[in-house]
Write a protein that binds this ligand. Sequence first.
Ligand code: NAD
Length: 519
Amino acid sequence: TLVRSLAKKRVPLQVGRMCYSSSVPTTKLFIDGKFVESKSSEWLDIHNPATNEVIGRVPKATQEEMLAAVDSCSRAFHSWSETSILTRQQVFLRYQQLIKDNIKELAKLITLEQGKTLADAEGDVFRGLQVVEHTCSITSLMMGETLPSITKDMDTYTFRLPLGVCAGIAPFNFPAMIPLWMFPMGMVCGNTYLMKPSERVPGCAMMLAKLLQDAGAPDGTLNVIHGQHDAVNFICDHPAIKAISFVGSNQAGEYIYERGSKNGKRVQSNMGAKNHGVVMPDANKENTLNQLVGAAFGAAGQRCMALSTAILVGEARNWLPDLVERAKHLRVNAGDQPGADVGPLISPQARDRVNQLIQSGVEEGATLLLDGRNIKVKGYENGNFVGPTIISSVTTDMQCYREEIFGPVLVILEADTLDEAIKIINKNPYGNGTAIFTTNGAVARKYTHEVDVGQIGVNVPIPVPLPMFSFTGSRASFRGDTNFYGKQGIQFYTQIKTVTSQWKAEDATLKSPAVTMPT
Ligand code: NAD
């Protein structure tokens, strides 16, 4: 069941082309192990991006409700952090199985609220599931260090211990994967967790919370609140919250990093991107063009790792007509329709912003090789669709280059040499991801060493690391010093206690007090 109550006049929730009457389901809060209706007087509509119909409502939780949620986390912390690590591991072993069993249902919810295609939505769940699977190695991941005999009869060892209550603030574009980067990592370490999903796509996070409860997570170990700025400020300010994981835009991320840090919390903040794909003339043309098109237009470009900018080096310039041909054949449709490649954008505002950025390119002298504005999708005339769009002859001073577009738009720059391409990328403020396409190992090696970007693909268009590594990112794409998931995720959610112990043989009694610094 969806963790929503249907308001008094019950309306069946259908995935697909939907029609709701005045009565729509409300999203619950998850407080102290119960799914409860908010008493808030402020509610936001949730829309199906393919139709713009209202499919649900989400509350802006009241101060009392947010306090109840964090108090619940605080109360649960003592017993959860003292629960044996094997028991915590068992909860997440059951959780990964429940996610697998429900992957199709989770994906349907994602498509309904976020718009991406069903196949892509399953990928969204799957990449989060991999993080949950990784948490099941916690018995190795959380080990401390030991060094015996640092002096006579003396050993030093460390414990990794949880911090307390931690919180996560998530964006709209990965309703499953990004919350799953957050609370499973925090909780398996022994922390309790306050989650605030994106208010635009809260349904999937609620279902994930229900599955975690079914997996045996005790009441209070995970609480979920909803809202916008007030909820974010509450998280940044509440003294019981020790660490905040944020993923989203720079505007919110810089603010949360600053406000949370000022309040003495650990903050990791993954933010915006402008990812460049460098195409060398020696690359495998067929693979490169297919990969570029997939990475630029998949998820309608609403991925922080979308390859939204291509730099064609030397003769690779001549590949533009073939690139356009491939992009033209992508099918734009509602995410639940068979064969859909590109779904709608999240909102009419997002669509208008993307259209405006395309227009700015035209006005600033770029060439519009493929124009996805004004696309009509039969049966979904009210959806927020933009078709694949390619803008060439773009220069670095243009607005469509400077700003993250976050839509199905590929901007093309040209360079004469690899050095020139690297210079362009290192001058761009963002450092989230990049890819180079080449068959020359020396070129690839030079690129990976010289480019100042967190995640680099060599003939891999979207190099999101698996969870045994960490999701990195440099410069304006990241604030903080410890990244999401992998070893760094464990570091983020734990603190170290160092024990130095001496056990002398009975006859080795001290003769007098030692007043100098021990060496
Ligand atoms: P967003 O910043 O609008 O929202 C993210 C969260 O912050 C939401 O929970 C929202 O309620 C809250 N929020 C929004 N505006 C706020 C403000 N002014 N002050 C305080 N809180 C605020 O982001 P989005 O539109 O949901 O997501 C898209 C952005 O996320 C893109 O920029 C994308 O690149 C980025 N992103 C980055 C990564 C990464 O790992 N680097 C991954 C996914 C998305």
